[in-house]
Design a protein. Structure first.
Length: 189
């Protein structure tokens, strides 16, 4: 069975989703770019860009945002998945030459289209990863919504807080000692 990969835009090619569904074979929808030197860049993941280098026979995962602490976890899960599927050789998984990148060598198979198999396995891994990053996006949107438009039960309008003589948990007349739980009362004399 042959594997056909078409790199292009469905909108610019005039292909509808219904036409894609009727075509035979494996269907994968990814945001993929091809560089001038023939590398394939997959940009679907929110934390990493995945680069397939046919000339060097490598897969490289690079961080999109260096401020994120989840980049290594995503790279590690990707290469463990590719290793378990036999796409990359286990002894070649290592840190890349670019800061916050990870790379591995694609297993040699002269009779198979290794780039297409790599794309297919990366697409399968992304399908497994998608629920977790959608959950994080949904949670962040919900937190933002709570700040912008809070629930009426847990908020008050400006100026509607009832007055009281003592408010809060820190009383100004009590002072705690630095080395124990001794409490001293200070009265304004």
């Amino acid at each position: 069975m042959g594997l056909k990969v078409t790199i292009g835009s469905a909108e610019t090619d005039g292909i509808t989703d219904a036409e894609i569904a009727t075509r035979p074979g494996v269907k994968v929808r990814l945001i993929i770019r091809k560089t001038l030197d023939g590398n394939v860049i997959i940009e679907d993941h929110p934390d990493i860009d995945i680069i397939i280098m046919p000339g060097a026979n490598k897969v490289v995962a690079m961080a999109k945002d260096l401020n994120s602490g989840v980049v290594y976890g995503a790279q590690n899960r990707l290469f463990k998945y590719l290793q378990s599927r036999g796409v990359v050789t286990p002894d070649s998984i290592q840190g890349g030459s670019v800061f916050a990148s990870m790379e591995a060598t694609i297993a040699k198979a002269p009779e198979l289209p290794v780039v297409k198999i790599s794309i297919l396995n990366i697409a399968n891994w992304m399908d497994k990863e998608k629920p977790s990053w959608e959950f994080v996006d949904h949670y962040e949107d919900e937190v933002d919504q709570n700040y912008v438009d809070p629930n009426k039960e847990y908020s008050t309008e400006l100026g509607q807080v009832p007055q009281a003589a003592d408010k809060g948990s820190i009383r100004p007349s009590l002072s705690r000692g630095p080395y124990g739980m001794s409490i001293y009362n200070y009265y304004g004399y």
